[in-house]
Write a protein that binds this ligand. Sequence first.
Ligand code: ATP
Ligand code: MG
Length: 586
Amino acid sequence: MFNKLWAKVINTNFIRDYRQMWPYIRPYWGRALAAVLITIPVGALDAVIAWALKPYMDVMMIEKNTNTIWIPIVIVGFSAVQGILTFTALYLNTWVGRKIANDVKIDLFGKLLRFDANYFDTNTSGNIIMRFNNDVEAACSGLLNNLKQFCTRFFSSISLIAVLFYNSWQLALIAVTVLICALLPLTRVRKKIKDINQQTVYTNADVATQYNEAYGGNRVICSYNLYDYENSRFDATLKRVFKLGIKMVQRTGMLSPFMHFVVSLGIALVIWTGSYLIVSQQITAGNFVSFIAALILLYNPIKGIGNSFNNVQIALLSMERVFELMQAVPAVCNRPDAKELQKVSKGIEYKDVSFEYAENKPVLQHIDLQIKKGETIALVGNSGGGKSTFVNLLPRFYDVTDGKIMIDGEDIRNYTLESLRDKIAIVFQDNFLFSGTIRDNILLGNENATTEELQRAVEAAYVDDFIKDMPQGLDTDIGERGTLLSGGQRQRIAIARAFIKKAPIVILDEATSALDNKSEAKVQKAIENLMQDRTVIVIAHRLSTIRHADKIVVINNGKIAEYGTHEDLVQKPDGVYAALYKAQLK
Ligand SMILES: Nc1ncnc2c1ncn2[C@@H]1O[C@H](COP(=O)(O)OP(=O)(O)OP(=O)(O)O)[C@@H](O)[C@H]1O
Ligand SMILES: [Mg+2]
C-alpha cells in the first residue's frame, strides 16, 4: 500500500531518471549528501522551542521555581546553530546544484552540436534554449533547492509531530489524522500539472524565439513596418503563457489554502479536546502550551510543504525532458563499424539517389552521377530544383532516402562522419560567420594553419583587398554573424575559410553570388586556384563562371535534365542549358 502510494507520488520514471542522474551526482556525492542531511537538524531544531515550553511552564509558572532560567539561553543557542546550518545548507546546495547543472549542460551542448540538420529544421531556437538550458537549470539547481526546502519542511514537521506525541498522544492522534487528510491531495499533483508544465515550456520557447527573430529580423521588420504585426504575435504568445500560468494556479493553487483550512480544523478540534484533558488532569498545562506551540509551529512547514512538493514535481518533469534529450539518437550518426575515410583516390558516385525532406514530397529523384577525382562538376537549374539539397547529401547533413552515395566505391554511411566531413570544404549560399575577428573566422577552417598558409588564403580569396583599409586588418572584429561586413566581404572570408582547410573535395554553392563583376572576376581566379587538384562541385546561376567545368549537370525539379560539357550543351537545339545560356548572353 505504502509502496503503491510512493510510486504514485514519485512516479516510476523518477527511479529511471535518477539512475541516469547518478553519474552526474557521483563526483559531488559527499557534498550532495551533506546538503540533504543538514536539512534534518535544520528542520528538527524548530521543535526545540516548542519542546522547551513544557518544563518552562510547569516548573516556572506553576511551581514558581527559577531553575528553568537556562531555557531561554538554550532557545537562543539552538536558533543560532540553526542559522549557521541553514547557511551551510544553502551554500552546499548552490555549489552542488551549479556544478551538476554545468556538467549536464556541457554534455547536452555536445549532443546539440551533433544533432542532424533535420533536428534544427524542426526545432525553433527558443525551443533549444528552453530545453537545453532552462530545463537543465530546473532539473539540477531547481531540484536540489526545492528538495532541500521540502526536506527541511518535512523534518521540521516530523520533529514537531514528535513533540506533539511527547505531550499528549491523544491530542497528537487527532492532529496527525487531520494532517494526513490535508496531505492526501498531494499525491495527485504530478498527473495534474504534467501537460500544463510541458505546454508552458513550449510556449516560453516561443517567447524566446520571438525575441530572437526581433533581433535577427530587425531590418526586415523596420523596412516592412512590421511593428504591429510582430507586437500582436508576441501579445498572442504572452496571452498563452498567461493562460497556462492561470491554469497551473487553478490546478495547484487551492492546495495550500485547502491544507490551511484543514489544519485550522485540527487546531480547533485539539483545543476543544485539550481543555477536557486538562480539566480531567490527564495532561499538565505545560503539556498543553507546548503542544499548542508545536502545532502552531507545525503550521508553516505543513502549509509550505505543498508548494515545495509542487516545485519538486516541476523539477522532476524537467529532469524527464533532459533525459529524453540525452537518449535521443541523431538521425545521422556513425555506424558502429564505421571506418575512417583516409583519402579520396577514385571519386564520388551518386547511385539512384532519391531524397525527401518530408514524407512523399520528393526533392531529388533517381539521381545517377559519377564525379571522378579531380573533376569539376557544375550544377545549374531552376531555383528550388534541388541543387543545394544535392550537395548537402555529400557531407551527410541529411541521409539519402533511397539509393546511395559512394566515395571510392564505398557507401559514405560506412565512413565516420568526422573523417568524411574532414575531406570536404564548403562555401555555402549564405555563410555563417561567428562573432570574433576575421582571423578567427578564417582559422576555423584549419586551426593549425601556419602564418604563411593564412596569408595565402587571405590573398587567394581577395580578403586582403578589403582589409588593407581596416586599421586592425585581420584582427578587425566582425560583429555577431559578421554584421559589420558587406555581403561580398563575408563571402570572401568564407572562401578563405574553405581555402585554408585544404580538403580534397570542394563544394561551392553560389559562392560568388554576392560579389560585383570586378570582384567576382578576381575571386573566380581565386576559386580556380582553390579548385586545382581537387574534386569540385560548383553551383552557379551565372553561367559565365562555370563554362570551363568538366561536366555541367542541369537539375530541374529534382531530376537530371541533361548533362555534358558546355560546348555539347549549347549546341543542343532545344536544350535547357542552351536556352538558359542564350537568355544570359542577352
Ligand atoms: N530544410 C528543408 N526542409 C524542407 N524542405 C526544404 C529544405 N530545404 C529545401 N527544401 C525544399 O527543397 C527543394 C529544393 O531546395 P534546394 O535548396 O535544394 O534548391 P536549389 O536548387 O538549391 O535552389 P536555389 O537555386 O534557389 O538555391 C525546395 O522546394 C525547398 O523548398
Ligand atoms: Mg540553393
